[in-house]
Write a protein that binds this ligand. Sequence first.
Ligand code: NAP
Length: 283
Amino acid sequence: MTAELLDGREIAKDYRAGLQEQVEALKEKGITPNLTVVIVGNDGASLSYVKSKNKAAEKIGMSSGIIHLEEDATEEEVLDTVRRLNEDDNVHGILVQVPLPKQVDENKVLEAIAPEKDVDGFSPVNIGRMYTEQETFIPCTPLGIMELLKHTGSLEGKEVAVIGRSHIVGQPVSKLLTNENATVTLMHSRTKNMVEKLKDYDVVVSAVGKPGLVHGKDLKEGAIVIDVGNTVVDGKLVGDVDFESAKEVASYITPVPGGVGPLTITMVLNNALIAAKRLNNVE
Ligand code: NAP
């Protein structure tokens, strides 16, 4: 079998066109959705990621802002910035780029973001709301993964292996998959004989950051493979999955780059738009 490519760039393009229409409709009501990103320090990868989020927001007609604080900013300065954005009626979505410098307590900052503007969905209130299936913001990478999986058919009854148990990817996506009536096994660095077990699964979502972790010979024939991993090797971005061997066995597979990444940014825009609607009581 040669797998069908789950082309994240194409899927994201279609999705963003839908968002753009909704942004235009909102602007006609006098509301311009705004996404504001706070970044502390000068990490090159973080800066370019923040700029790409803002560019993507502007491309669909949203307004966007970047608040760039010095590397040695104090925790109080970061918290003050977040509080000011919470109070600003023109700001609908707030993102704080992590990781933060060591003098700033990340949990305190994430907790300070008003839940109704927390478009990453990382604040404890929104995480709790997600697990209790209340109105919330679902973290963007898990939401993007679910959007990709919509293109593969129903997940009901499927056996899914999620590899990696982080709070930003593995755990929330396991919850979302469970909501879709899949049966989920959450694997991690202490899982015994993990690779040998993969053959039992209809869907494999790998979110680890270890190139070559998942190989075609270890997959079930016809498996759906979502590669979340992002590692730079010799200046190139690579995933966790050995793409060449896996595509011969899988039914669907995401490439890296161009798979999950474009959907993650798209879901940031999606959540900022939802925030603008909710804050203005627009359906
Ligand atoms: P993380 O917090 O470092 O978590 C990695 C997870 O992988 C941990 O749960 C760890 O297990 C597990 N793990 C490590 N080695 C393993 C092994 N040999 N076998 C099985 N599991 C293993 O990472 P993250 O923030 O979730 O990110 C994961 C990857 O996704 C990274 O490459 C990141 O760059 C990428 N990512 C991509 C996007 C995107 O938009 N494309 C977004 C977010 C993240 P323990 O818990 O036991 O340590």
